[in-house]
Design a protein around this ligand. Structure first.
Ligand code: HAM
Length: 427
């Protein structure tokens, strides 16, 4: 029986991988401009880190983690998200000792045992940022703006931003009681998910898609905030206004992870089946202390890259991808063929992308292969040319052919390509 990839995973094949590279390059370039530096942390961490970091009662920790016992009898877990590992590394490497706040980013695979469907996988990838060391609401706005900018720059449209404030743990505890008073009388009318959430995490009930019409008149967390939380949230909104980032306040939005305080936000878009959340994040002021460090506030986001890819496809955005070969080398005759290894090497050493045949193709098939490779030029070497120390260089778009010195092949191709570019720019 042939092997198949595990459910909920994907092979990224040549042809698609270039779009991934483009998306990743866009993310890295945005981080350069916003001054976030890359951090690479392990793909697996001790299970306890996620239990403490993400929260015992979250869906992620309760039923979605890839947990295993290693040969040393330790419980390890493939990371279901990036924040806990980054905060662990921040504490372990004492990054709080630095004079500036830590502004970090990562791109990499995460693992959750979820029911796989379009846009939901068991191995998926996130582009995430974490800014640790400041409570300034302008930093929350910076992170929200960074994510929005990312979606814009990869070429997507129709992205909306929803924001909320989830206050502090104490405020949430008080709100929870108030909310349960409202929900309890309607318990039996709610969907199964809501009923189970009422016992575990009642705030998430308000996020339910099917029961929305029953929540008219539900208490709003925004009315439960104290003065400091209200002021912080107001300032985040002012900053977003100043940055021209459009957003909608959604007082019913609750994130699926326990560590959020104050600001919570999500990016939404239509086009991936029933899934409309494509990224999210928020502030996590107690998390660094929870993970054993000095008490430092933080804020960050995680954007799903598979969802970004699916949206690019559904919006028919086709990034420009340079995949063509500069030169396809063709040798006619035994003597010419013997020169090919040296010639192809000199082209590549000279910074050009070059290809040749390894399948013993006949002349006509060689030109077809050059076309298929998207070659701009075919460099054609026969016995006559070899005798004269020359090689034919054929522009495959125009059919024009010139003879250039064999010893200066790479330089000649580069000069011609540069001149052609200049010509195109002047047109
Ligand atoms: P999250 O909302 O759990 O947040 O995940 C962020 C994004 O990852 C989602 O909006 C989605 O695009 C993508 N994602 C999550 N699960 C899957 C899945 N099974 N398949 C495909 N994509 C998925 C976090 O993970 C937080 N660590 C974000 C954060 C960083 N908050 C503060 N800093």
């Amino acid at each position: 029986m042939a092997f198949q990839k595990p459910p909920g995973t994907q092979d990224v094949l040549p042809g698609t991988v270039e779009v991934w590279q483009y998306v990743e390059k866009t993310a890295r370039d945005i981080c350069r401009r916003y001054r976030y530096r890359e951090i690479r942390t392990p793909i697996f961490e001790t299970t306890e880190l996620f239990q403490r970091g993400v929260g015992e009662t979250t869906d992620i920790v309760e039923k979605e983690m890839y947990t295993f016992t290693d040969r040393g009898n330790r419980s390890m877990t493939l990371r279901p998200e990036g924040t806990a590992g980054v905060v662990r590394s921040y504490v372990e490497n004492k990054l709080y000792g630095e004079p500036d706040i830590a502004k970090l980013y990562y791109i990499g695979p995460m693992f959750r045992y979820e029911r796989a469907q379009a846009g939901r996988y068991r191995q998926f990838h996130q582009f995430g940022v974490e800014a640790i060391g400041s409570e300034d609401p302008a930093l929350d706005a910076e992170v929200i703006a960074l994510g929005y900018q990312f979606y814009k720059e990869v070429g997507l449209s129709g992205i909306t931003v929803e924001i909320n404030s989830v206050g502090t743990p104490a405020i949430r505890a008080a709100f929870r009681t108030k909310l349960l008073e409202f929900l309890e009388p309607m318990r039996s009318e709610l969907c199964k998910d809501c009923q189970s959430r009422m016992d575990r995490n009642p705030l998430r009930v308000l996020d339910c898609k099917t029961d929305q019409d029953k929540f008219d008149g539900a208490p709003s967390i925004l009315d439960s905030l104290d003065e400091a939380c209200t002021a912080h949230f107001a300032r985040v909104r002012e900053c977003l206004d100043a940055m021209n980032i459009p957003y909608r306040v959604n007082p019913r939005m609750v994130r699926g992870l326990d560590y959020y305080t104050h600001t919570a936000f999500e990016y939404k878009a239509q086009g991936i089946g029933s899934i409309d959340t494509i990224g999210g994040g928020g502030r996590y002021n107690g998390l660094v202390a929870e993970i054993g460090g000095d008490d430092r506030p933080g804020v960050g986001l995680g954007l799903g890259l598979e969802r970004t890819m699916l949206l690019l496809e559904s919006q028919n955005v086709k990034p420009e991808i340079e995949a063509g070969v500069d030169v396809y080398l063709i040798g006619f005759g035994e003597r010419a063929e013997r020169e090919l290894p040296g010639l192809v090497q000199s082209l590549r050493r000279g910074g050009l992308s070059a290809e040749r045949d390894y399948q013993g193709r006949k002349p006509k098939a060689l030109f077809k292969a050059a076309d298929r490779a998207g070659a701009r030029y075919a460099a054609i070497l026969g016995d006559d040319e070899l005798e004269r120390g020359e090689i034919g260089l054929k522009n495959l778009a125009t059919g024009e052919q010139v003879q250039v010195a064999l010893a200066r092949l790479a330089e000649s191709v580069k000069t011609i390509i540069t001149e052609q570019k200049k010509g195109n720019e002047n047109q």
